[in-house]
Ligand binder design. Structure first.
Ligand SMILES: [Fe+2]
Ligand SMILES: [Fe+2]
Length: 222
């Protein structure tokens, strides 16, 4: 059975799980982790694999599926959510008839997407998900209406007015180009939060045979 990204994206059960995961994140004061985030990571992962030009259409699709489902484990708990997401995705995909050889690739990509859990991408599909995930810095993710109550994550996400992820070839370079409003969040604050994420992204890019560049306000920092 061919399980497609589109079918999963429109699957009521998947949508319900992503909504429940986002509700948990909201309850603990985290930024948006719902359908918007899931969809963007799917698009980012698919774009990276497609641009590299050496992956089959189906591999690109598996990357998108891993991106869509990477954070569903948050519906159980934030702690160990990468593992939980992988296990929930396993059942979900097997129930829909996805062949085990595909399921193993998707769950491996999901299970190693979170640097806070001291894991790193172990496959090219996983690397695309990691880079795609760390690149989602956006004003729309902030949902705390009280500016005075914002934490550094809220501030930096709100300060990011534009985010662009690009892959160029020969030599292969993945670049994350951000426009930060420094009236809201300083570049230093950005670094405080994102240095470990950027190191993770660079490792993931290397796994894909690419360099990783971080550009903030037209200055290349990494
Ligand atoms: Fe995550
Ligand atoms: Fe995520």
């Amino acid at each position: 059975m061919i399980v497609t990204y589109e079918a999963l994206r429109n699957d009521p059960e998947v949508r319900e799980m992503i909504a429940a995961a986002d509700a948990q994140m909201k309850a603990i004061g985290y930024t948006e982790h719902g359908m918007r985030h899931a969809g963007i990571i799917a698009q980012n992962a698919g774009m990276i694999l497609e641009r590299l030009g050496r992956f089959s259409e189906r591999e690109v699709e598996l990357g998108k599926i891993a991106g869509l489902l990477h954070d569903i484990g948050n519906l159980v708990s934030r702690t160990n959510h990468a593992n939980t997401s992988a296990l929930l995705a396993y059942d979900l995909l097997r129930e829909r008839g996805m062949p085990i050889r595909e399921v193993t690739q998707v769950v491996a990509a999901i299970g190693s997407h979170d640097e806070e859990e001291h894991v790193e991408a172990t496959s090219e599909i996983g690397a695309a998900v990691v880079i795609g995930d760390k690149a989602d810095v956006a004003r729309e993710r902030v949902r705390n209406p009280l500016v005075a109550a914002w934490d550094i994550h809220d501030r930096i996400n709100y300060a990011a007015t534009e985010t662009q992820l690009e892959v160029t070839l020969e030599p292969c370079t993945v670049s994350l180009d951000l426009t930060i409003d420094t009236e809201i969040g300083s570049v230093m604050e950005y670094f405080e939060i994102f240095l470990s994420r950027m190191v993770t992204s660079r490792k993931a890019a290397r796994l894909l045979g690419c360099d990783f560049h971080l550009i903030i306000n037209e200055v290349t920092l990494l």
